[in-house]
Design a protein around this ligand. Sequence first.
Ligand SMILES: *Cc1c(COP(=O)(O)O)cnc(C)c1O
Length: 395
Amino acid sequence: MSARPPGSDLEYSVETMLAHHGRVPDEQFGFVNTPVYRGSTILFKTLDDLESQQQRFLYGRAGNPTTAQVETVVTQLESAHRTLLAPSGLSAVTIAILSCLDTGDEILITDSAYEPTRNFAEGFLKRMGIGARYYDPRIGASIAELITDNTKAVFVESPGSGTFEVQDLPAIAQAAHARGAKVIVDNSWASPLFYRPLMLGADIVVHAGTKMFVGHSDAFAGTVSSVESAWAAIDKTRRLLGFFTSGDEAFLVARGLRTLAIRMAEHQRRALDIARWLEGQSEVERVLHPALESHPDHAVWKRDFTGSGSLFSVLLKPAPRASLAAFLDHLELFSMGFSWGGYESLCVPVKPERTRTAVAWAQEGNLIRLHIGLEGIEDLKADLANALKRYAAAR
Ligand SMILES: *Cc1c(COP(=O)(O)O)cnc(C)c1O
């Protein structure tokens, strides 16, 4: 990972950039870190200054040195034109989507998308007269058949939250661009260290910064990065909607980013080790992790990604709810809860059959999503081994 990312014009390796980004000690009395800037009002000295709007910062809602520091580093990581820091991952998703669509337009969304992304389309876009249809995440170039004159955006999440289908982004981007539609990618799983959607044809990339960027389950943030042609509409959408991210949250993102490379490497190693081990357990039907050779999209993952994340799912053999409860209720190290990306391991049951509309989820069994944290691998395996025993006993 010490190499520069493919297609990047970074002067240094990613680790060096993460360690040094945004540090301007000369402007901070020599302090090594950019401090938390809080503030709404930013002062102008003269009427000329106020009217020319040439100052770097004009009003706190549009950013401050702490938020700008994060935006700069994510821009570099994604080889983007610009980035904005949003107050949550979901707000990053909604800003990106709204920047592409007007009343009468339509968006195509992967059937595997994070559920709140889908809820936004159903509960908000449709009310605004914007259509949303869902497509098979494995559709690839055939997405061309779904694109109409009204399709202005295609939303990709690769791999999908919960079910981990890997999408053929270059093929989707080619089909979308042939009809003038923009491609938005939710890149939260891989982080820009392991997947660089703008280099594969996407126009906009969003992150739930809450997850891997923050890395400690203690702050909310999102980012929207784009190529130049998509940027003006994104910036305008954020300004009109009035989204604001505080310097306090930005500071925690900047701090998390310092260790992103080393954490991603460790999460990757641990998650893959545990995924392989789970494949050999008798209660396990399938492990849904794109870096496993058994995964149906392994070849696409291998072609387009340079690593894998902390998150994957395991499909347990069919068993009643009591077995699932027996598995989940008495874990010692894995905790049950939403979100992921922190130092601590998490698990949550997933029910794709409740939301899917493009392709029915036909897999029998209990699906559990795991986030592998930074605990000792053998401790985590022992916790899961006990859970699998309880699952089998209640089956
Ligand atoms: C968590 C998540 C989001 C939303 O992020 P929040 O910060 O919780 O709003 C978006 N996409 C994916 C893939 C996520 O896992």
